[in-house]
Write a protein that binds this ligand. Structure first.
Ligand SMILES: *Cc1c(COP(=O)(O)O)cnc(C)c1O
Length: 364
């Protein structure tokens, strides 16, 4: 396939991957490194797979700026499984888990924890239809707090924390699925972060859970072995058969991110890309209406509405005709959403901004 025939992919997840790594994976697919078999056919107990796993873990922690003191675990089940594993491992019977509700994924994480133990909502923007990120007051935490869980970037709504909340009295945990590796953050402030791979790290199939070693020591040993973070840590994420191909794709993706100049460069790039689209929204005189309060807007997921649903449907259908993919908002909220993760090129965002201006002129 020719690169120029690729569609402008704004899918929310699974999402765009760099063309270069798709090609490289294609070349390696049948015959891995000239070994005469495919990686998909190899034992996960082989040296090759073991080294791939370790290299990928190291690359990830290094790119994230936390090469020491943290374990990177490669797991299955998606970020949604982490919603349940987090309380199973870290919420003890006498404790309460604290949650900030900023969107539907945050709410799902909270609901899963409530099946397991005591929970408490510290802050919520549900009453404001998730239009902003609420402030967190540490005095609003419950007694005997096990941890505080936040969702750094709200994929469906299009909001994000501008900075990591200052919380010192309890371990801080974040779902970073839709923004991991997209901006420079001091991740040492977290006891744990996790992310499904299919937005910024590669294809679906692997989920990363990154846990501070000293906190990991406190994880429960009273749950089935396969649910324990400590099992994955002890066995270097090779306790059972891992999703080898997904890890391989993440490995390529991480090397690609490194080649782009790492997180600092990606962040600059992402701000420029999202800026192109937010500028069109802001200059459209209300033709495009941003949903999220300006200071909390996400560069990863850009959401907006238009005068009525018919116009929105027309926008989507014309955009598809012009080569754009994935601009419909999540089925639960409607509207429009452009997901501009790390792998979405500048050219795609520029093309979308131009298309939006053109559409507004024809229909405004
Ligand atoms: C996509 C997403 C999820 C769900 O991920 P799965 O891997 O499908 O379980 C959870 N949280 C956030 C923030 C997401 O963007």
């Amino acid at each position: 396939m020719n690169k120029t025939k690729r569609r402008y992919n704004f899918n929310p997840g699974p999402a765009a991957l760099p063309f270069d790594i798709l090609e490289e994976a294609q070349q390696q697919f049948v015959d891995y490194n000239g070994m005469g078999i495919s990686l998909l056919e190899m034992s996960h107990r082989s040296r090759i797979v073991e080294e791939l796993n370790q290299e990928t873990q190291h690359l990830l922690l290094t790119l994230l700026g936390i090469p020491y003191g943290y374990e990177a675990l490669f797991m299955g089940g998606g970020a949604s499984t982490q919603f349940a594993l987090l309380p199973m491992n870290f919420l003890k019977p006498h404790q309460t888990a604290n949650y900030v509700l900023t969107g539907s994924f945050a709410e799902k994480a909270y609901k899963e924890a409530a099946y397991w133990g005591r929970t408490h909502v510290v802050a919520s923007s549900k009453d404001q239809k998730w239009r902003s990120i609420p402030a967190i007051n540490e005095e609003d935490l419950s007694e005997e707090s096990a941890y505080l869980h936040i969702t750094m970037n709200n994929t469906i709504e299009g909001s994000r924390y501008t900075s990591i909340p200052e919380v010192t009295s309890t371990p801080l945990v974040a779902d970073m699925t839709s923004e991991i590796l997209s901006r420079k953050l001091d991740l040492h402030k977290f006891s744990m972060i996790y992310a499904g791979a299919q937005k910024n790290l590669g294809p679906a199939g692997v989920t990363v859970a990154i846990i501070r070693e000293s906190w990991l020591e406190q994880a429960s040993n009273e749950i089935p072995e396969i649910m324990r973070y400590s099992t994955f840590a002890k066995n270097k994420s090779l306790f059972n058969t891992p999703p080898v191909h997904a890890v391989y794709m993440m490995n390529l993706m991480l090397k690609w991110a490194q080649k782009q100049g790492g997180v600092e460069q990606l962040e600059q790039h992402n701000l420029v890309k999202a800026g192109l689209i937010y500028e069109v929204i802001d200059a459209s005189g209300g033709f495009y209406q941003g949903i999220i309060k300006a200071e909390d807007r996400s560069p990863m997921n850009i959401t907006w509405r238009m005068a009525n649903e018919e116009l929105e449907r027309q926008f989507i259908s014309e955009s598809e005709f012009h080569g754009f993919e994935g601009l419909a908002g999540h089925r639960s909220v409607g509207g429009l959403r452009a997901s501009a993760y790390n792998a979405v090129p500048y050219e795609a965002c520029k093309a979308l901004a131009d298309f939006m201006n053109d559409f507004a002129q024809r229909h405004g």
